[in-house]
Design a protein around this ligand. Structure first.
Ligand SMILES: [Fe+2]
Length: 283
């Protein structure tokens, strides 16, 4: 996940303090942070406008990159050229989706010494998924499935929202119909609901409260909390997300759009969750 922030020092401090991310490298106004043995799971880029710079998707290698780029282009994507000078990866190329969201297809992520064990479980094990807002979700569904090879997981209210996976996790990308094209949230995998409670404690100690949660979503079945991060997008901390695979009993379906589908534990979806979103900003 690559985000644009106005104050790099403050943003790095936020992710270090709230999610216990560790900075691998800082150079040229960019900070590369991780929560595991991968060189980076998050890139923070300092600049005048905050928002979403791009979303990283890993492919197997140079051949898979070329195949995926060709498929992405014929499914409505626009190639933006190779990734230049990014530390920690062997190569990649940017492609813009039909709603203007930019994806970085990359391969060859470098390994680093992981941060020390975190007994609280607050530090995520990995980056998990993004949720994107789109004026017109239809072309994006085609781009994800035919262009990037994602598979259908669930939808809600017809074309109102849909969830897509590229590995056993129920969703790597979720999309929802909205008045503008934005990044709604980026999500991180934690061990259990207790870790989300301790993350909320860390936020409260900074004087910040949750936007929503804790709860459990219908589509994906994952525990969630949401809070606002330095890019303007919401951050979700997740656990227990449904898994696809040979053993899976999860059945994709079209959920009725109602609060009890969005949150199995009940309650009304707060307007500040629905209205949240960060602009798409490129340097
Ligand atoms: Fe999510």
């Amino acid at each position: 996940m690559a985000l644009r922030v106005r104050n790099l020092d403050e943003a790095v401090a936020f992710f270090s303090d709230v999610l216990l991310l560790q900075e691998t490298l800082r150079e040229q106004g960019r900070s590369y942070l991780t929560c595991n043995d991968r060189h980076h799971e998050l890139i923070l880029i300092e600049g005048p406008k905050e928002g979403c710079d791009h979303i990283g998707l890993e492919v197997e290698g140079p051949e898979a990159l070329q195949e995926t780029l060709a498929a992405a282009e014929s499914a409505g994507g626009r190639r933006l050229g190779p990734v230049a000078g990014e530390p920690g990866i062997a190569g990649g190329e940017f492609v813009e989706g039909p709603g203007g969201h930019v994806f970085k297809l990359f391969y060859g992520m470098e390994s680093v010494a992981p941060p020390p064990d975190d007994p609280t479980g607050v530090r995520p094990s990995r980056f998990e998924h993004v949720s994107l807002k789109l004026v017109n979700p239809g072309p994006m569904e085609r781009f994800l499935s035919e262009g990037l090879g994602f598979q259908f997981s669930d939808r809600m209210g017809g074309k109102m929202a849909s969830w897509w996976h590229c590995d056993p996790d129920h969703h790597g990308i979720a999309i929802q119909r909205a008045p503008g094209n934005q990044l709604h949230h980026h999500a991180w995998t934690q061990s259990d609901l207790n870790a989300q409670g301790m993350t909320a404690d860390r936020l409260a100690a900074r004087g910040q409260t949750l936007h929503w949660g804790p709860g459990r979503h219908g589509p994906g079945n994952n525990h969630f909390i949401y809070f606002k991060g330095p890019s303007g997008a919401l951050i979700e901390c997740c656990s227990d997300i449904a898994q696809f695979g040979p053993e899976s009993t999860y059945e994709p379906r079209d959920w009725t759009f109602r609060p009890s589908s969005v949150s199995l534990w009940g309650g009304v979806t707060p307007p500040r969750f629905i209205l949240a979103g960060a602009p798409l900003v490129r340097g």
